[in-house]
Design a protein around this ligand. Structure first.
Ligand SMILES: Cc1cc2nc3c(=O)[nH]c(=O)nc-3n(C[C@H](O)[C@H](O)[C@H](O)COP(=O)(O)OP(=O)(O)OC[C@H]3O[C@@H](n4cnc5c(N)ncnc54)[C@H](O)[C@@H]3O)c2cc1C
Length: 380
């Protein structure tokens, strides 16, 4: 189906992004996968090309686009099977906290570097003892003069090794309502007491650095607090919608690309004297995948359009995240089967897509948590 979401200008931007992927990403993917992280130079090049924080206003150093430009970057990363270059995490998940909840001084200090790719960001909510139950975090930030003293451990932090700035969720109070105790602090990686732990070995997303972080009496200037003390939980609730949407966008684009590549493969690969696409089982399965892709795309583009229009879409973003990531995994699994033994070989993109897709049902709020949110929104 013809997509209605993007203007001509957006499609021109897509060409720039595709050229960037061909020139700067594809030749480096093997090295990134081996290193377990993306190099900083490519972040800077992406900044120069306008791919980092494409929505950010020029007054803060951004190119002045919108979330649709970001969506294009996410789609094109999925198109080249690049799951570890965490542009969306930085541009569309972490930087918006500084942009939305920071004061002008904080914005001036950090946003231009965030847009140029000089400053890479991360967000640290999850701890070894708690992920889904955010209000139960143990990391504390105790006020001491003009500083907070941050103590605690975080885990599974994307961009953990590369990051220069981390938005950290920490407890700053002892209110009986735990939701009122959380604050967001921007921690600079050069701060004393900020310790990067080990880089974690994962099933997929080979080029994404995911690490443990710890804060050992780490002194953070009180001027690094985002908004007012105790408002962290609300700030996260406001912005997690977009995080879920980003995951849905990546999942849908991955399903589409895997389907295109699988159809091509089944037309080339022969068995019993004919292309495997000519077996009825193959065509029926691919028809089922294509139908899921079309339905997913129709729903997702509607959600993206309404999100860009500023609507509050807690239910729809959660639905998109849960359904499209579940569906993407089914589609990629079905497609992988047609590659036979090659579908188990790491050199085949479909194999990597299969491994990469699994985590999408887990992070950004598990799909079970999505269902809890949807049920609440439905008054259940
Ligand atoms: C590759 C990767 C990257 C990540 N990046 C980041 C990052 O950058 N920053 C960050 O802060 N975190 C990050 N995470 C953490 C991720 O968001 C958490 O793993 C996720 O939220 C789940 O938390 P948990 O692992 O503690 O699981 P738990 O919360 O312990 O959940 C375990 C299981 O119990 C289920 N469950 C929990 N509560 C309920 C309930 N009420 N009802 C029904 N079922 C329930 C869950 O759905 C899940 O199946 C990342 C994780 C991974 C794997």
């Amino acid at each position: 189906m013809q997509r209605q979401l993007y203007s001509e200008e957006h499609e021109l931007f897509r060409e720039t992004v595709r050229a960037f992927m061909r020139r700067e990403v594809l030749p480096r993917q093997r090295a990134w996968n081996e290193a377990g992280m993306v190099d900083r130079e490519t972040w800077r090049q992406a900044g120069e090309a306008g791919l980092v924080c494409p929505w950010l206003e020029p007054e803060w150093g951004g190119p002045g686009g919108d979330f649709l430009h970001s969506a294009i970057v996410m789609e094109e990363l999925s198109r080249v099977y690049e799951s570890g270059f965490a542009l969306a995490l930085h541009s569309d998940i972490v930087v918006p906290y500084i942009h939305r909840f920071g004061d002008d001084q904080q914005r001036r200090r950090w946003l231009p570097g965030c847009a140029s790719g000089e400053l890479i960001t991360a967000i640290a909510m999850t701890e070894p003892g708690t992920g889904s139950d955010l209000a139960a975090i143990k990391t504390t930030a105790r006020r001491d003069g003009d500083d907070y003293v941050l103590t605690g451990a975080k885990t599974f932090i994307s961009n953990g090794m590369l990051c220069d700035l981390v938005v950290v969720a920490a407890k700053t109070g002892e209110d009986p309502d735990p939701h009122k105790n959380i604050s967001l602090l921007v921690v600079e990686a050069k701060s004393e007491g900020f310790v990067r732990g080990k880089k974690l070995e994962k099933m997929g997303m080979a080029s994404q650095d995911t690490s443990e972080l710890s804060f050992e009496d780490c002194r953070v200037p009180a001027t690094n607090l985002l908004g007012v003390e105790g408002s962290g939980f609300m700030q996260l609730m406001t912005k997690l919608q977009q995080e879920r949407l980003c995951v849905a966008i990546g999942a849908q684009a991955a399903s589409e690309q895997v389907l295109v590549d699988t159809i091509a493969y089944t037309k080339e690969r022969h068995a019993f004297g004919k292309p495997i696409s000519k077996f009825q089982n193959t065509s029926f399965k691919l028809v089922e995948c294509a139908t899921k892709v079309e339905i997913g795309r129709a729903f997702l583009d509607k959600v993206i359009a309404e999100h860009v229009a500023g609507k509050n879409l807690v239910k729809e973003c959660s639905m998109a995240k849960y359904w499209l990531t579940d569906t993407s995994q089914q589609i990629i699994d079905d497609c992988l089967q047609f590659f036979g033994g090659y579908g188990y070989m790491l050199e085949y993109p479909v194999t990597r897509a299969f491994m990469d897709s699994r985590v999408q049902r887990i992070y950004a709020g598990t799909n079970e948590i999505m269902k809890i949110i949807i049920a609440k929104q439905m008054g259940l």
